[in-house]
Design a protein around this ligand. Structure first.
Ligand SMILES: CC(C)(COP(=O)(O)OP(=O)(O)OC[C@H]1O[C@@H](n2cnc3c(N)ncnc32)[C@H](O)[C@@H]1OP(=O)(O)O)[C@@H](O)C(=O)NCCC(=O)NCCS
Length: 418
């Protein structure tokens, strides 16, 4: 089939362009097994994508072909924001809306779009690409590895719940989501600036967290509530966006705290809400202080853990120089990369937590592929774990040296879904 690949200009308001973007959005929702879109959803989608300057790609059937029309048979979108790599923010190509119609799958449509897009990221000096994956088997072939993991927790808040001698110097206040939004945004910005692994929020988060729009309902979200935590000096240093769920549960949609006290203050508040038997959160921080602050640690269950943020390095020297290093040392790294962008040998020399990275022809100490490098990039996976899985080659000494440099004490954390 002679598919027509094209990018859509979402700022074009001609009737033909409108029909094509409605078709494109409908195709995305069909791919993710969602309902067809209403007018309000389309309007929001277009507004958000314009604001984020999203590049919208698709593949259409050729004109005259049976079923040809404004609706594409494959969709793909991407935009550039930032990733906190540990020593600052780096540009990040964020990939989303990847679908191929069931009747056109496995014919190379995704391959064409993702390879075009990654080449474009390289041309625009974007050093890292990211996505979240519905299946773990799809994106390794393009050099993406799972770099952060989400922890799903469930807290039993039935009578008897208590924290050990927790004395909150601040307090919690419940606000209407729209009123809370400026505080939520401020807390997120501070968090994004300091948390390795954090990904900048797309524009749509403003509507989602303020309750202005719910993508599932296709209209305003009247169910969410926002609790903000005030520090002793009355500045907001944490928030939780939540809703009441079934069986007296309280479902946390988003929660960020800038201090352990704020984190515990928010948990304590949520847990003490009357007529709530459990609190659930799908994106808990791996170092959340809750477990060891509980009187009864059996009340906290980790009910799931899944790959979350997948990363792909496109500019190895720049990306590695943007992350911190745990100890001084030097290794020559060889990266194998089917697409070539990360391929080559790199001398990584770390001093005082900062690395200089240069291309070299020297013999490699450590050999790995782009997918493994993507998984190791934020140190959410330890070098030793990849070594034991047979994914990092080199002498024991060289791999141990690399591990001492690359494995960081604190985990990365990302809670931006896109
Ligand atoms: C995932 C999806 C977009 C793949 O699209 P596609 O156009 O069929 O993919 P391609 O034909 O370009 O496949 C390229 C390669 O990826 C492989 N691949 C594609 N989807 C795969 C999957 N789900 N699992 C394992 N391998 C997959 C193909 O076998 C092919 O491998 P090869 O080049 O080694 O032969 C499509 O299956 C889909 O729409 N799924 C439902 C929505 C979804 O899950 N989207 C992903 C969101 S993260």
């Amino acid at each position: 089939m002679d598919y027509q690949h094209a990018t859509l200009d979402f700022s074009d308001d001609s009737e033909q362009a409108k029909a094509r973007r409605r078709g494109w959005i409908t195709a995305v929702l069909r791919g993710f097994r969602e309902e067809s879109p209403g007018d309000e959803l389309i309007e929001k989608w277009v507004t958000h994508y314009r604001a984020d300057a999203v590049t919208v790609r698709g593949a259409w059937l050729p004109e005259g072909e049976f079923a040809a029309g404004p609706m594409p048979v494959a969709t793909y979108a991407s935009f550039d924001k930032t990733l906190n790599a540990g020593r600052g923010l780096v540009p990040l190509r964020m990939i989303t809306d990847v679908t191929t119609s069931a009747s056109h799958r496995r014919r190379g449509l995704l391959r064409r779009m993702i390879e075009d897009d990654l080449a474009d990221a390289v041309a625009h000096d974007v050093p890292v690409a990211a996505l979240t994956a519905s299946e773990a088997t799809i994106y390794g072939r393009w050099g993406f590895g799972p770099a952060t993991f989400n922890t799903v927790v469930e807290l039993d808040t039935t009578p008897g719940f208590s924290l050990r001698s927790f004395d909150d110097p601040g307090r919690v206040e419940v606000l209407e989501p729209a009123d809370a939004w400026p505080h939520v945004r401020t807390v997120f910005d501070a968090f994004h600036a300091r948390q390795r692994g954090s990904v900048e929020w797309p524009v749509q988060y403003g509507d989602i967290h303020s309750g202005a729009f719910d993508y599932d309902a296709g209209g305003p979200n009247r169910k969410i509530r926002t609790a903000v935590h005030l520090a002793a000096d009355r500045t907001v240093d944490g928030f939780a966006v939540f809703k009441h769920g079934e069986d007296y549960s309280l479902v946390v949609q988003e929660m960020i705290a800038l201090t352990p006290q704020a984190q515990l203050g928010l948990w304590d508040f949520l847990a003490r809400t009357d007529r709530v038997k459990k609190v659930t959160f799908n994106l808990a921080h791996p170092d959340d202080p809750l477990r060891w602050a509980l009187d009864d640690l059996g009340r906290l269950a980790v009910t799931g853990q899944r790959h979350f943020l997948w990363l792909r390095l496109l500019d190895v020297p720049r990306a590695l120089a943007a992350r911190p290093w745990a100890s001084d040392g030097a290794v020559v790294l060889e990266v194998e990369d089917a697409q070539g962008w990360a391929a080559g040998r790199f001398e990584v020399t770390a001093r005082g937590g900062v690395a200089t990275v240069t291309r070299t022809e020297a013999d490699p100490d450590v050999v790995l592929d782009a997918e493994t490098l993507g998984a190791l990039y934020l140190s959410g996976v330890e070098v030793g774990a990849m070594r034991r899985a047979g994914r990092v080659a080199g002498s024991d000494d060289a791999v141990a040296r690399w591990a001492a440099m690359a494995d960081l004490a604190d985990p990365p954390y990302c809670l931006t879904g896109f």
